[in-house]
Design a protein around this ligand. Structure first.
Ligand code: BJ8
Length: 426
């Protein structure tokens, strides 16, 4: 095994704490992922990516930097990867899914902040995230109030925090605000990279990201089969790796996995028996290594067949139409694409509810588990009306609120099992 200690030291990581974090991550991965039965062969690639997530991939980022490419980190699917690729940059997702150094985070943030934000701060203050430390620019997008205010506090802690303002309604004026923000982001990218975006470079980037999204859409569609050819845990992992891996290599690996899964479907070869209770998980994004809820569901005789989440279909279901011959025309197409994203920070947000219903139908799910992180106002607030409407449409719904800790695991499991009993009678 390659020793990356020197590279991590050069990034200013706290080696002892980082070693402990990697050991914990490796154990959790073995217990949760490698213990699954009859996994697709194609998941070996993702096992490898995870085993090298702080190693080889970071080395690739360092090599890219040496070649003069910029590394742009972000915390939200509203930050267009296409624009980063169009200056030959590398885009990396920075959301963190582990309860790490929350005591440190709470010296700067209120206790009642969601785990996703606390985790980002815990990783920064604990000096354990090589992605964060590799970034030339970190984009902080103004979405929920928690993130907005947290970025004000994060600013002095990082090298270059770029704030992107986002609209919160779906009016025409809001769309023009989004386009203007993306235009300003282009200016920033051109400045830090020293490269100009052209229609050709932007078109190429759009096609590259479309290919990546097409591959995960293909995976999402295959999951309509019963028996399920892949677990929800493994599918989530693919969607998490989406934010870290090289886009071309990732697309290729997902398509290979899909080839295998299509054969499985033909042969009625599943990871769970036919007729296993099928659910959709909807709500807050689950960043690596947040596998808590899927693990609880799939170890309670259920299978997750779709994620209505930014680490899932909300983040990838729309493609960008490749139309236009100028940067401005292509930017219109990009804005159109991103403006569809139905994050709960938008008001009103009816398309999200409609899509949960659509997913439930097309993936033959029996019910929906709505997942909110504690203190996440947008998703907790939206979960009440979502539950009411889904139940009215005959879709049983379980609303869960949790965090990254394991203290409530037993209680959650009991509720999930009771919900499973309800679904069996449906
Ligand atoms: S587009 S969901 S990635 S903002 S969990 S930090 S909302 S308090 S993550 Fe998100 Fe973009 Fe929307 Fe998607 Fe705030 Fe809630 Fe915390 Fe959240």
């Amino acid at each position: 095994m390659t020793d990356y200690t020197k590279m991590w030291e050069s990034l200013g990581l706290d080696i002892k704490t980082h070693d402990a974090l990697l050991a914990g991550l490796g154990k959790a991965y073995t217990d949760i992922f490698l213990s699954q039965k009859n996994r697709p062969e194609g998941m070996k690639y993702f096992d490898f990516v995870m085993s090298e997530v702080h190693g080889l991939r970071i080395k690739e980022l360092m090599d890219a930097k040496e070649q003069g490419r910029v590394i742009i980190g972000s915390y939200c699917v509203f930050v267009p990867e296409e624009l980063v690729l169009a200056v030959d940059g590398v885009a990396v997702g920075l959301c963190a899914g582990a309860e790490f150094n929350f005591e440190g985070a709470e010296t700067l943030l209120p206790r009642n902040t969601c785990s996703l934000i606390k985790s980002a701060f815990g990783f920064k203050l604990g000096k354990v995230c090589p992605y964060l430390e590799s970034c030339d620019v970190i984009v902080g997008e103004n979405t929920c109030d928690g993130k907005k205010k947290a970025y004000e506090i994060m600013g002095p802690l990082v090298k270059d925090l770029y704030i992107m303002d986002l609209p919160q309604t779906k009016s025409e004026m809001a769309k023009s605000v989004l386009k203007e923000e993306y235009r300003k982001f282009i200016e920033k990218l051109e400045k830090v990279s020293g490269k100009k975006i052209t229609a050709a470079s932007l078109k190429k980037a759009v096609e590259l990201v479309n290919a990546k999204r097409r591959a995960v859409k293909r995976l999402a569609a295959i999951r309509a089969a019963d028996p399920a050819p892949i677990s929800g845990l493994d599918s989530l992992l693919v969607n998490q790796v989406f934010f870290h891996d090289d886009p071309v290599r990732f697309t290729d690996a997902v398509n290979k996995l899909c080839d295998e899964l299509e054969v499985r479907v033909k042969n009625h070869n599943g990871v769970f028996p036919k007729g296993t209770t099928r659910v959709i998980v909807s709500g807050c994004p689950m960043a690596v290594p947040n596998w808590k809820l899927p693990f609880l569901i799939e170890s309670s005789n259920g299978v997750i067949v779709g994620e209505e989440s930014c680490v899932g279909e909300r983040g990838s279901r729309w493609l960008t139409e490749v139309k236009g011959n100028t940067v401005d025309e292509l930017l219109d197409a990009i804005t159109d694409r991103y403006f569809n994203i139905d994050c709960a920070v938008f008001t009103p947000n009816p398309s999200r509810l409609e899509y949960i219903k659509e997913m439930t139908k097309k993936l033959h799910a029996k019910g929906v588990i709505h997942y909110s992180l504690q203190f996440c106002q947008p998703y907790i607030m939206e979960s009440g009306p979502v539950e009411k409407e889904l139940e009215k449409s005959g879709i049983p719904t379980l609303r869960l609120e949790t965090d990254y800790g394991m203290e409530d695991a037993g209680q959650l499991k009991t509720r999930i099992e009771a919900f499973g009993e309800r679904l069996k009678k449906k």
